[in-house]
Design a protein around this ligand. Structure first.
Ligand code: CO
Length: 231
């Protein structure tokens, strides 16, 4: 197809351009990756992670899904989080939502879109919890944008409540979780002011405490020895 041919040509000229600037760029990257950041963002084609923060291949580990959700039963997202934190040792995880998110907008309405409605239920539940605040905003776009912000806040919390993140903190790993939101209209990122870097910053109820170590096997032997002494 002509369209796909164009994409292949784009790719060749992109690779050539980078290799001309740094001939060792691709061979070095092929040997290893050491990104400092994990990006969890929306699949929206207008929010390309690397481009909007000016990072090259190898510098940003990326997970994207519709409406940038961190769901505790989503093995895909949790696998990305686990691998990037435990193996790659990223130092920052950025949950980046965006204003006017179509997924968030759909969750605020009643139109049926199919399978995706199940995914968006996570946001509908969030909307239900914050309905009074969100619906008090008169302008429909501003109302949607406020729920987009609340959605980022919730996903930051969900991330901090995982045993993966909390284990990293307990092990003394340098790891900070951030919540950002991107403006489609101006291309700018707004920091929502979340800087979570320790278990102390999350509510008691969500703290994961490691289970006590199992009893050593020789405890049973001692019990047996006591019984023998009584006879
Ligand atoms: Co979106």
């Amino acid at each position: 197809m002509k369209v796909l041919t164009q994409l292949a040509e784009n790719n060749r000229s992109w690779a050539r351009r980078i290799s001309q600037i740094n001939p060792k760029f691709f061979p070095t990257l092929a040997a290893q990756q050491a990104p400092e950041y994990l990006w969890i963002g929306c699949s929206d084609s207008r929010v390309p992670a690397n481009e909007i923060v000016g990072l090259l291949p190898g510098e940003l580990f990326v997970h994207r899904n519709i409406a940038n959700l961190v769901v505790h039963t989503d093995l895909n997202c949790l696998s990305v989080v686990q691998y990037s934190i435990e193996v790659l040792k990223v130092k920052h995880v950025i949950v980046c939502g965006h204003y006017r998110c179509g997924g968030v907008k759909a969750a605020m309405g009643n139109t049926q879109f199919g399978l995706i409605d199940n995914w968006l239920r996570n946001i509908k539940d969030l909307y239900a919890q914050h309905r009074a605040e969100v619906d008090s905003i008169h302008d429909p776009d501003a109302r949607l944008d406020r729920l987009c912000e609340l959605n980022v806040a919730r996903q930051v919390s969900n991330l901090c409540h995982t045993s993966i993140v909390q284990s990293a903190w307990r092990n003394g790993q340098d790891l900070m979780i951030h919540g950002w939101i991107y403006g489609l209209h101006d291309g700018l990122i707004h920091d929502l002011g979340f800087y979570v870097s320790s278990v102390d910053q999350i509510p008691d109820l969500y703290r994961v405490v490691p289970a006590p170590a199992p009893q050593p096997v020789n405890a049973k032997v001692k019990k047996g020895a006591g019984a023998a002494a009584r006879t």
